[in-house]
Design a protein around this ligand. Structure first.
Ligand code: FES
Length: 585
């Protein structure tokens, strides 16, 4: 086997650019000689792309520039050629109108970047919420071996009162502020503390949830996800990732479809449930599964959730931040505890099976990582409900909600958009009491690009009386750092005529978590009359990416991918057809 052949005897993918003694080979090699690479280097050594979502407008990804440098060192050490490519950086709290539509845009950018360049393997560097799933989706479709490294959790600072400031704390303080229990000054002090360092949110929000499930999916190195962003161990990890990527490049394996199979998704969902992770990850996993042809459904999440207890004592469902989870043994220790519920023969980019990785794992703190029979809270961490209000399903993170609301019947108070909530929620004339069911619609994938508006604020007069949770239903998402009895991702959404569009103030809504039911208690004839009278809201987007998005976005129960991006479709650059063509010269 020559140096530029993979184990299976196939030439390296990059050989199609660099090994040919023809004009294209000449052009490709001479172009990159300007970057310092010799003809011999390019002809003989595996090429690894480093896809980097660093930006200084995205503090969650701020350390990725350094990690890319470390990965580059690792690639060089192992005999590979590194090329770093900057990709779109989606900064969750900054980008408008909402980060969600850009996940698919970045996924497309990642896929075509990988496919278009001579990479034998890629290192993916992401952190903030949407950068992680987008990179995975793009790389899965491109079909080139990849390994993922997250930026790592930020290290929180102490805020007033000695508490560690974090995003979940913000939601609590907002409630206290509205209830008149906190001064504006104390709230402002928290603002200065909450984003302590580079790195993603440090509780089990969406970014941490995605990072840990990357280990369960087998696409990250074991034990890598929870090492803090500012910890030197993350630099070492980046080097190791670089070295490992060269091995994968040389082997041509494992390809994404060899890792991301049905077993990997089951393992990821199991871990997601065990850590009380973000409901956003449900959408991302559905979309990712669609990319590799795994027939994952919303029902599978509910099936797995029924048998997995909450064993990670981390916020927002538990007490601690991810640093404690890391110290307790991290993801390998969590997976070891979950061993009886996992597919231990699933493959990973580490080169070992999940079972082999767990042999050396250990739990160091049984309060933070609980045994299966001593969970943090009883019952499922999440449920999927269906009924005439959500025929294709909706989700609820039950571990972060008041169980008194799991069986609830109350009158609807309907809001058409988030601005109306801001203007009206405290209006006493709406007659909202603690039994009311707050409805937000037109916030789904088509309606408003699915922002994290699902944790609707509670009326001030109820907050002042000590009410801290109410049943809220929407076609929106909810921040992974948030909590509350929020039924989310109602599908089909209101903006395309789903039943949520037909609810009127005062209609009785019934939720029964145990029975997995969500019903709008209105006679079918009346609902049909309303359906006939319903008119779709006009689209606000007639051009550009947002127009493309609105035409092709799928509903939440399918993962909100674009319909034209579904399906297993690995490395479709036709062999030979474009190899003899040189563009640009
Ligand atoms: Fe970026 Fe939370 S805001 S991870």
């Amino acid at each position: 086997m020559s140096d530029n052949e993979s184990k299976n005897g196939r030439p390296l993918r990059s050989a199609r650019w660099f090994r040919k003694n023809d004009l294209p080979g000449f052009v490709h090699r001479s172009t990159l000689s300007a970057a310092g690479w010799s003809r011999e280097d390019l002809m003989e050594r595996p090429v690894v792309g480093i896809l980097n979502t660093w930006s200084d407008i995205n503090p969650c990804n701020l350390n990725l520039r350094t990690l890319a440098e470390e990965a580059r060192v690792g690639i060089l050490e192992a005999g590979g050629i590194p090329f770093e490519v900057p990709l779109m950086s989606i900064s969750e709290n900054i980008i408008k109108p909402t980060s969600f539509p850009f996940r698919n845009l970045l996924a497309m950018e990642a896929e075509e970047t990988i496919r278009g360049y001579p990479f034998d393997a890629v290192v993916l560097l992401g952190g903030c919420d949407k950068t992680q799933p987008a990179l995975l989706m793009g790389a899965a479709s491109a079909g080139v071996p990849f390994i993922f490294l997250a930026s790592g959790p930020a290290t929180p600072r102490s805020a007033s009162g000695g508490n560690l400031a974090n995003a979940t704390g913000v939601w609590r303080l907002v409630d206290q502020l509205r209830a008149g229990e906190l001064s504006e000054g104390d709230f402002a002090a928290f603002e200065r503390s909450v984003m302590g360092t580079a790195g993603h949110c440090a509780e089990m929000g969406t970014a941490s949830s995605m990072a840990v499930i990357c280990e369960a999916l087998g696409v990250s190195l074991p034990g890598s996800s929870l090492v803090p962003a500012v910890d030197r161990r993350r630099h070492q990890l980046a080097r190791e990732v670089g070295r490992r990527s060269v091995r994968m490049a040389a082997d041509g394996s494992p390809r994404p479809s060899e890792v991301l199979d049905a077993r990997a998704f089951d393992n990821a969902i199991t871990l997601l449930c065990a850590v009380g992770g973000s409901t956003n990850v449900i959408i991302h996993l559905l979309a990712l599964a669609g990319r590799v042809g795994v027939p994952l459904t919303l029902e599978r999440f509910d099936e797995i959730a029924r048998r997995v207890p909450l064993i990670a004592n981390v916020q927002p469902a538990g007490e601690h931040l991810t640093e404690r989870l890391m110290a307790a043994g991290g993801v390998p220790a969590l997976l070891k505890t979950l061993g009886p519920l996992l597919h231990l023969d699933a493959r990973t980019v580490d080169g070992r099976t999940v079972g082999a990785i767990l042999e050396t794992a250990e739990v160091f703190d049984s309060d933070v990582i609980r045994p299966l029979d001593k969970p943090v809270k009883p019952g499922e961490t999440m449920v999927v409900v269906k009924g005439n209000l959500a025929p294709d399903g909706a989700v609820m993170k039950t571990c972060a909600a008041n169980p008194k609301l799991f069986r609830h019947r109350g009158p609807a108070v309907v809001f058409e958009d988030v601005q109306t909530i801001a203007d009206q929620i405290d209006n006493p004339e709406l007659g909202i009491d603690e039994n009311s069911v707050l409805i937000l619609r037109n916030a789904g994938p088509v309606g408003a690009a699915m922002p994290e508006w699902g944790m609707l604020p509670l009326p001030r007069h109820l907050m002042e009386r000590g009410v801290r949770d109410m049943l809220r239903i929407s076609d929106a998402r909810m921040s992974g750092t948030a909590y509350g009895a929020a039924v989310l991702h109602v599908s089909p959404e209101a903006a395309i005529g789903g039943p949520l569009a037909l609810v009127r103030d005062g209609d009785i809504i019934e939720l029964d978590v145990a029975a997995r039911r969500l019903e709008l208690c209105v006679e079918p004839d009346e609902l049909e009359r309303r359906r006939q009278a319903w008119q779709a809201p006009p689209s606000r987007h007639v051009r550009g990416y947002r127009n493309l998005y609105n035409q092709h976005i799928e509903q939440a129960h399918l993962g909100c991918d674009f319909d034209f991006l579904r399906g297993a479709n690995e490395d479709t650059l036709p062999e030979g057809l474009f190899d003899g063509w040189v563009g640009g010269w």
